[in-house]
Design a protein around this ligand. Structure first.
Ligand SMILES: *[C@@H]1O[C@H](CO)[C@@H](O)[C@H](O)[C@H]1NC(C)=O
Length: 279
């Protein structure tokens, strides 16, 4: 009798371990983590919280935001962007705090006519000031499949990653007087709207509304908060695993060499008085 129960117990524990690892690998439930904030029924969560979509038509775009605020962490989300003729559409996916001196960490995907490349636009605002754009082409078609876009936000730096490849590092340069986002918690936001006055080829190509609705998809959201880890353990594993190793640095150089199409730090025309201090 006792041995049967022991066996039951072992099976039960095994079952719990298997189930909990399954839950972890399925990704969080989007219904629990996000609110659909505008665009009426153009924003949707379906497949029992596994998939979210935003849609845009001539009358309106749509958007969502996280229920929680984060202060440092790693945020991963998979996106599949508007396919076909997406010219003039902008899919913004970003972290932001509130107020006039807000901080912000931005991914913006600028659509294009069929077959022409999206631009991935990035920016960092600290205490209300941005003007730190870097833009990239992607090395894949972001409308065919889901790809993972991540932000690692630590007191030391902000890293933008695409499919786990670092594309941009914004270092904390407070030592030379550049404010760094580190005091204001941020929410995650995303929205899909039309900005055909500037988005595609600088505004030359307009949105073709006969192709509406335009739809972008999101799944597999994951947030790892560093703030929830005690400051002691901040120095070890969780943080180490988010540092860029030699391979990561090589890939960062590869992206910056072959795919970066704009870097504010190289734009002498824009900053005739001298480049920003962090450059
Ligand atoms: C769209 O395609 C044109 C032509 O290839 C390219 O110059 C432009 O950078 C692309 N992306 C956007 C968002 O304009």
């Amino acid at each position: 009798m006792a041995s049967t129960c022991n066996r039951c117990y072992v099976l039960m524990v095994l079952g719990i371990v298997v189930i909990s690892s399954m839950v972890a690998s399925c990704g969080a439930n989007l219904l629990q983590d996000f609110d659909l904030t505008w665009g009426d029924n153009r924003a949707k969560i379906f497949n029992k919280g596994q998939l979210l979509s935003l849609s845009l038509d001539k009358a309106s775009g749509s958007g969502f935001q996280s229920k929680k605020e984060y202060l440092f962490g790693r945020i991963d989300m998979q996106l599949k962007l508007v396919s076909g003729n997406s010219a003039g559409t902008v899919t913004a996916y970003y972290l932001s705090s509130q107020g006039p001196t807000h901080d912000e960490i931005d991914f913006e995907f600028l659509g294009n006519v069929s077959g022409d490349p999206y631009i991935l636009h990035t920016n960092v605002f600290s205490q209300g000031k941005g003007n730190r754009e870097q833009q990239f082409y992607l090395w894949f078609d972001p409308t065919r499949n889901f790809h993972t876009y991540s932000i690692i936000w630590k007191p030391q730096h902000i890293i933008f990653l695409v499919d786990n490849i670092p594309i941009r590092v914004f270092k904390n340069a407070e030592s030379v007087g550049v404010p760094f986002p580190k005091n204001q918690p941020m929410r995650i936001y995303s929205s899909l709207w039309s900005a055909d006055d500037w988005a595609t080829r600088g505004g030359l190509v307009k949105t073709d509304w006969s192709k509406a609705p335009f739809i972008a998809y999101y799944r597999n959201f994951k947030a790892t908060e560093f703030s929830s880890i005690s400051s002691n353990s901040l120095s070890d594993e969780a943080v180490q695993s988010n540092e860029i190793d030699a391979n990561g640095r090589r890939r960062l150089r590869w992206v910056q060499k072959y795919f970066m199409i704009y870097n504010y730090c190289k734009d002498l025309k824009r900053f005739p008085q001298g480049l920003p201090a962090e450059c």
